[in-house]
Write a protein that binds this ligand. Structure first.
Ligand SMILES: *[C@@H]1O[C@H](CO)[C@@H](O)[C@H](O)[C@H]1NC(C)=O
Ligand SMILES: *[C@@H]1O[C@H](CO)[C@@H](O)[C@H](O)[C@H]1NC(C)=O
Length: 342
């Protein structure tokens, strides 16, 4: 690790020597606090001097003492793996300041306008748009995520955070109401929205090819230009982001799920394949969802697809074939219900 940091310091020096002419970046640096390597007197924040236990405001039960620093933690990352503009998957320490924070009257806010909450299921394997209406974000601003990740502070323009948002879609498996936190390393669809949309905060991400049938959550992640989550001025506020849970229902053809190369498609296809052999209890909850009920009444075979990763998916495939499918699906549900009760 030490070697790495020395190498890094040398590399940085090399950049400085190789680039003696003042570049626009230097002008920006000057505008945002200069190029000095020590903390300026007028930048010192005495708020970091104390741990909060003797300050104004009633100490709340269980309140933790803050770490303190006389130099605003400027060397907090010394000796640690530095983030250094990279997305370091094993963790790191980032020493760049948080930056400019908007007024309470200009806090970032988002609402997902599609898919809609409680809306009808989206057709599987069919392109659709995720749309989000934002306010108080100068959208469409993003820096090189491979070289400048978290490497500069949040900035404002006209009092609003300069940045972009992302949408991330995760497969929730058999239920719209899972009780286990989703695995944050897994997503069925992800996109940084790097354009300014309609110029009035309405941003769109096209999910080309759509998603396999299943239960999903879509969330936004609003960021400053250098990809850090937006920082807001007060603790008590509405969230900057939005999430919606939605259902994608298919035609019961599991081959469609397999043809979607997203992780959800692969998982669904694998689950469907194993469910054919062994209709397990995992589909039980899904079989009771609204999608399943709808499928049962329409005979489209959606009941199976509502199973997502569960065993019901295979039954849904049969359901698509028609009336005979209902019998198969019913059988599957009966088996699963027994397991569920047991
Ligand atoms: C999705 O968004 C794109 C780009 O904004 C647009 O051209 C297209 O018509 C939209 N599709 C739907 C179904 O709204
Ligand atoms: C899925 O991935 C495979 C292997 O990477 C590729 O050959 C195939 O064309 C992809 N299919 C689609 C629909 O993108």
């Amino acid at each position: 690790m030490l070697y790495k940091q020395i190498a890094c310091a040398i590399a940085l020096s090399a950049v400085v020597y190789a680039n003696p002419e003042p570049a626009p970046a230097n002008a920006a640096a000057a505008a945002s606090g200069g190029t000095g390597t020590t903390l300026s007197a007028n930048a010192i924040q005495s708020g970091s001097f104390n741990d909060g236990s003797n300050e104004v405001g009633a100490a709340e039960v269980g309140q933790a003492k803050s770490l303190t620093s006389q130099n605003n933690f400027i060397n907090n990352c010394a000796g640690k793996t530095l983030t250094n503009g990279l997305q370091i998957t094993t963790g790191s320490c980032n020493g760049i300041t948080m930056g400019d924070i908007p007024a309470k009257t200009a806090m970032v806010s988002s609402v997902i306008t599609n898919p809609q909450t409680g809306g009808s299921a989206i057709a599987s394997d069919t392109s659709f748009n995720i749309t989000v209406q934002m306010s108080n974000l100068v959208a469409g601003q993003f820096t090189n995520a491979d070289a400048t990740y978290y490497s500069a502070p949040q900035a404002l323009q006209g009092g609003q955070v300069v940045g972009h948002t992302h949408v991330t879609v995760q497969d929730m498996g058999k239920s719209l109401n899972p009780t286990t936190a989703l695995d944050a390393t897994q997503f069925a669809f992800f996109k940084g929205i790097n354009d300014a949309g309609n110029g009035k905060g309405l941003l769109t991400a096209v999910v080309t090819g759509g998603l396999p049938a299943g239960n999903y959550r879509v969330c936004t992640m609003a960021s400053a230009a250098n990809h850090q989550p937006v920082i807001m001025p007060v603790a008590q506020r509405g969230t900057a982001d939005d999430c919606t849970k939605f259902t994608v229902s298919g035609n019961g053809n599991t081959a469609n799920a397999a043809s979607n190369n997203g992780s959800g498609g692969v998982a669904a296809a694998a689950a469907a394949a194993s469910a054919v052999k062994d209709p397990g209890p995992t589909g039980a909850a899904a079989a009771t969802t609204a999608a399943a009920a709808k499928a049962a009444s329409t005979g489209t075979g959606n009941a199976g697809n509502a199973g997502g990763k569960g065993g019901a998916k295979a039954a849904g495939g049969a359901g698509a074939a028609g009336g005979a499918g209902a019998a198969k699906g019913g059988k599957g549900r009966k088996q699963r219900r027994r397991s569920f009760i047991a």
